[in-house]
Design a protein around this ligand. Structure first.
Ligand SMILES: [Fe+2]
Ligand SMILES: [Fe+2]
Length: 470
């Protein structure tokens, strides 16, 4: 059953009307959600028509419908990849057993924690981005921002469905708290640090969508392997939507680079900042910041939680079926550690290194994006090359937290760090300069001077389309 029932207050493909209690509970949560959207979501644009895609089916082809809609009227709903018959658990101690349709009692707390942590990131990012439309470089970009925002809202719905449906009273309380925490709020912050970082300019937004949404992709990939089948099916459909977010990030940064290279070619003897473009060195610093902050989201390199989640069959590796062996027992994983002020090689049990294994896959995926950006430089004949900072750089969680490493991963002294930090991470001046360029452009088909137009519009439409009706 992949058709989505849109006649319901809450669109869904989980036969919500067949479970009145659950339906009532979610319908009670719905107005609180809308209130959260109005209080903490994009400011001032709720009455505007936006050209948005909405999920109308969970089929691989033709799952999305595009039309103008006011954001508060967006049909946020509950869509799971259809039940494909009895799945087997694919890893850990329960490998080969039937996947669970209900939460196994002994894993209830762990599962709830995994779901709440994932859920919390979804509204957090909407909050982080709430002011950005005021400085959108074009209607095309403003629309993309709103698309990402409504889909993060839908991802919150996806997780709240699991909490309401499978975790009883505790789940309902968690769902309420998801609307109460606020990104960056000192008293009631979001759970993970990166999701409390301010995202006040569009270069940050694009880097966020590139690096932080990609963390989301890998968390979802590992949860899509879960032995808890409703979680697996929920995550698999979320991944379909998530791809667009990384597209926005990767092509967004690429367009900034393209514009800068263009200006550099026009004015070879000047700094591009004099002509309103963002110097490539500043872009690299933003990359360093968001890339390193997002690396923290995978958690500590050596983690007993990650071992427990894997053993229990709750959280696997990304693309688990590509591995030959799925118990991860009696195997080691080579890791570097920081001991007595030195880097040392160590082998840890593979299960304890699952965070690092997921981080490996994530880093590899990011490197493709870096290559994509460097092709922009190559095409423009610009010798600058972007690099991905080493995973030890600027970390605040895990083995290397708080230890100064350069962007290539070499340990440096505190004095060197202090001296070099401004070359590696955005300075207040850099941020001030980027901020000074952030001026809203609202004429259809026009773009701010610091970014190139995209190669094509959304859903085969022209770039000039008024994607947001102001
Ligand atoms: Fe998401
Ligand atoms: Fe996302």
């Amino acid at each position: 059953m992949s058709a989505i029932d849109y006649s319901q207050k809450i669109p869904n493909n989980v036969d919500l009307k067949g479970d009145k209690r659950l339906q009532r509970a979610l319908e009670r949560w719905q107005p609180d959600y809308i209130q959260w959207w109005r209080d903490a979501g994009p400011t001032d644009f709720n009455e505007k028509d936006v050209y948005l895609r909405t999920a109308v089916s969970v089929d691989r082809d033709g799952w999305a419908h595009f039309d103008y809609v006011k954001m508060p009227d967006y049909r946020w709903g509950i869509f799971l990849t259809p039940y494909e018959g009895q799945r087997k658990i694919g890893f850990g101690d329960h490998m080969g057993e039937n996947a669970w349709d209900q939460v196994p009692g002994e894993y209830r707390n762990w599962l709830r924690r995994l779901i709440v942590t994932q859920a919390d990131t979804e509204p957090a990012s909407v909050e982080q981005q709430r002011l950005l439309a005021h400085t959108a470089p074009s209607l095309y970009d403003m629309r993309n921002l709103f698309q990402v925002n409504v889909e993060e809202g839908r991802h919150l719905w996806a997780m709240v469905y699991l909490l309401h449906s499978y975790f009883g009273k505790d789940g309902r309380e968690e769902a309420d708290e998801l609307l109460e925490r606020r990104s960056g709020n000192a008293d009631h912050p979001r759970i993970l640090t990166t999701f409390n970082e301010p995202c006040q300019d569009w270069l940050s937004f694009f880097c966020f969508a590139m690096f932080t949404d990609r963390d989301g992709k890998f968390q979802l990939l590992s949860l899509a392997e879960s032995g808890f089948d409703p979680l697996s099916r929920t995550c698999r459909f979320m991944l379909t939507e998530e791809a667009h977010h990384m597209f926005v990030g990767q092509t967004g940064v690429a367009r900034v680079i393209r514009r800068t290279c263009e200006v550099m070619n026009e004015h070879p003897d000047a700094c591009p900042s004099e002509f309103g473009a963002i110097p490539l060195e500043i872009i690299q610093k933003y990359v360093n910041f968001w890339a390193s902050s997002s690396l923290d989201l995978f958690g500590a390199e050596v983690s007993s939680n990650s071992a427990n989640f894997f053993a229990a069959g709750l959280k696997g590796r990304a693309y688990e079926d590509k591995y030959d062996e799925h118990s991860a027992l009696d195997q080691g994983y080579e890791i570097q550690r920081w001991k007595d002020q030195k880097l040392v090689n160590d082998e840890v049990p593979l299960r304890n290194a699952m965070n690092e294994v997921l981080r490996d896959a994530y880093v590899k995926d990011n490197l493709k994006g870096i290559d994509f950006w460097n092709r922009e430089c190559e095409k423009a004949g610009n010798p600058f090359r972007f690099t991905y900072p080493h995973r030890r750089f600027n970390r605040t969680i895990g083995e290397f937290a708080g230890v100064p490493f350069d962007t290539e991963g070499n340990p440096v002294s505190a004095a060197t760090w202090a001296q070099k930090e401004h070359e590696w991470l955005p300075t207040p001046e850099d941020k001030g300069f980027v901020k000074s360029l952030m001026q809203q452009v609202t004429e259809p088909g026009k773009f701010a001077g610091w970014i190139s137009p995209p190669l094509r519009g959304i859903n085969g439409q022209e770039v000039e389309k008024p994607y947001v009706m102001l």
